[in-house]
Design a protein around this ligand. Sequence first.
Ligand SMILES: Nc1ncnc2c1ncn2[C@@H]1O[C@H](COP(=O)(O)OP(=O)(O)OP(=O)(O)O)[C@@H](O)[C@H]1O
Ligand code: SF4
Ligand SMILES: [Mg+2]
Length: 398
Amino acid sequence: MKDQKKKKSSYISSGESRKITRFNRRVTKKFEKRREDAAKDPALYTTRMKDPNNVVEFDNVRTYFFTDVGVVKAVDGVNFEIPKKSTVGVVGESGCGKSVTSLSLMQLLQRPQGQTVSGEIRFVKDDGSAYNIVNTPNSIMESIRGNDMSMIFQEPMTALNPIFRVGDQIDEVIILHNPDMPKEDVKKRTLEMLDLVGIANKEGVYKMYPHELSGGMRQRICIAIALACSPKIIIADEPTTALDVTIQAQILDLLKNLKDKLNSSIMLITHDLGVVADMADYVVVMYAGRIVEKGTAREIFHNPSHPYTIGLMASKPVVGQKVEKLYNIPGSVPNPVKMPNYCYFRDRCEMRCDKCDGQYPPEIKIGDTHIVSCYRFIDKGEVLDYPKTVEVEDLYNE
Ligand SMILES: Nc1ncnc2c1ncn2[C@@H]1O[C@H](COP(=O)(O)OP(=O)(O)OP(=O)(O)O)[C@@H](O)[C@H]1O
Ligand code: SF4
Ligand SMILES: [Mg+2]
């Protein structure tokens, strides 16, 4: 009986399903049209950085997916900056919106279902002004991606083309962005890149196909491709998850060394706190599409404040510390189509208090750069904004 009730609550009738489809079509059409119109007018996709020392600024970004079962608010009001020449680690459990945040920045969302419905993503330009990526036309995005922004993917084999030699694949990227460069110089630059990513037999590897290389070598090639054009930002989405542990350590060392040699910033997405502790200058902790805590790596690791961050830390094994059983955070993330009005972590939180039954907690500044969204700190810091979501019904009128 109980089961039947449960089934009923998540069951969508054919009438409801048609209604959702009609709504999705109308809303996505509206957002596509808005993008098309904005793309025609440079004033609508040109803006200014709030702080010229940043490369990227996410300002109240909301990216929603219009699916057959309703609207998934994958990213709902995200604010953070990526300063020049720094590494920002984005952490959180599977499905919390890390990749969608980076895809919104690169404008590689699966459209028309995926739409950034509000907010600004500012990306610095050479002349000091900035693009608002949300409205930037595809033709400009194509030149930004690869030139100013590049990506290191999780699975190096699928990121490389199996039928071309690796040297040719790096050459291609260099030629694409430097069409007038003589052929010999292109090869010279490719060999320099292979050298930079620690490939010893660079002349030999230049002529190899991806399947002839190990996973770690392939990831080095992907990193060489990402660096080939000296981008302003490198987005590394779980760059070591598909590799075995010793190779993981080598790739992380490589990224760490490169970080000091390059002028690029790195947005490092991972659910491995160890990786972040090793590499990041700043850390952003996401939970269910929102940022629950952010600060410098020192603030987050020495003074984790949000119960979710504390739980993540407690579930991380520590070398030299013997524990019977690693901590695991109880419960699971709320249904992304029907997020509650109260703190999204409340139903899993072992520190909740009476205030937690109220609206979603505000951002509270508890240190110069340390911000946390949790009622435990309501009297212990400067209360900033209460986040608001956009109601699904209002999306058409927005
Ligand atoms: N194309 C899509 N269509 C519908 N929903 C999507 C799509 N892509 C992502 N989502 C939803 O958006 C939410 C955030 O997904 P995202 O891929 O950003 O998670 P993540 O934090 O990167 O997780 P992981 O650590 O597993 O990579 C999830 O609820 C996911 O189901
Ligand atoms: S606001 Fe309350 S329920 Fe939410 S994380 Fe903080 S203590 Fe837990
Ligand atoms: Mg992901």
